[in-house]
Design a protein around this ligand. Structure first.
Ligand SMILES: O=C(O)c1ccccc1NCC(=O)[C@H](O)[C@H](O)COP(=O)(O)O
Length: 265
């Protein structure tokens, strides 16, 4: 991999500093003690499977205030209100961005969204260290994201095993064929295809269509990013892609759950 700075590399550099700072404030042992008093996880994969079994689209609805590519997306940002709206709109699961520096996210938003709904929640962050997995479980995450582009093979396998041992589901995210081959070596059910290139921000739904034929039918493919319209959803469903992760299109609507219903029903 070249070492030219890109947004993803900048995020990962900052993440290392952040983890060092956080682990000085709360030790991993402290977080493990918090897990003991946590409520049980909600099945993230199970919730998606329930929707698919009913021939419905399974939507992972994202709670996203801002992004490096778009700046602030939603000025009036209330995770409690948003989570309730998404549940009413028929979401299968919630995704909450917890990265503060690049997405204006927060762990508090995840806790608020999870408390406000009965839906399982994925911690959407850039996970590169065991510490973040324990932290994710301690704040109530039911699932975590592993971005293959951010990890080497050994890290990917190890973080995946630890997340599963902690009882969380894992969404493994890929953007190209080489990343997909690494992801397919894992036994995981959920494979996310990110239509956005995290180095350049370029977004194309063709990414999903290109990688799809290489994925076995036992997996659930989640098409992520750049899904904005009813037509986008129709094209995807025409290719038998029925699980989606959507942020911006919902966040720009006053009532995010209503937009979800319009796009997916
Ligand atoms: O959203 C970005 O600009 C971004 C930039 C760099 C790394 C990750 C980024 N987004 C994270 C995501 O995966 C999206 O928030 C998610 O897939 C939803 O995408 P969208 O529906 O396009 O908001």
């Amino acid at each position: 991999m070249s070492s030219t700075p890109t947004v993803l590399r900048n995020i990962l550099e900052r993440k290392k500093e952040e983890i060092a700072e956080r682990s000085r404030t709360a030790s991993i042992q402290h977080l493990l003690n918090e897990i003991k008093v946590q409520t049980p996880v909600r099945g993230f994969v199970a919730s998606i499977e329930r929707k698919l079994a009913q021939q419905q689209a399974a939507v992972i609805a994202e709670v996203k205030k801002a992004s490096p590519s778009k700046g602030v997306i939603r000025e009036h940002f209330d995770p409690t209100e948003i989570a309730k709206s998404y549940e009413k709109g028929g979401a299968a699961c919630l995704s909450v961005l917890t990265d503060a520096d690049f997405f204006q996210g927060s762990e508090t938003y995840l806790k608020q969204a999870r408390t406000a709904s009965t839906l399982p929640v994925i911690r959407k962050d850039f996970i590169i260290d065991d510490y973040q997995l324990v932290e994710a479980r301690a704040i109530g995450a039911d699932c975590i994201l592993l971005i293959v582009a951010a990890l080497d093979k050994q890290q990917l396998v190890s973080l995946n095993n630890i997340a599963l041992e902690l009882g969380m589901d894992v969404l493994v995210e890929v953007h190209d064929r080489a990343e997909l081959d690494l992801a397919l070596d894992l036994p995981n059910k959920l494979i996310g295809i990110n239509n956005r290139n995290l180095h350049t921000f370029e977004t194309s739904l063709d990414t999903t269509f290109t990688l799809l034929p290489h994925i076995d039918s036992e997996r659930i493919v989640v098409s992520e990013s750049g899904i904005h319209s009813i037509d986008d959803v129709k094209i995807m469903r025409g290719h038998n892609v029925n699980t989606f992760l959507v942020g911006e299109a919902f966040m720009r609507d006053e009532e995010p759950g209503r937009r979800l219903m319009e796009m997916f029903n």
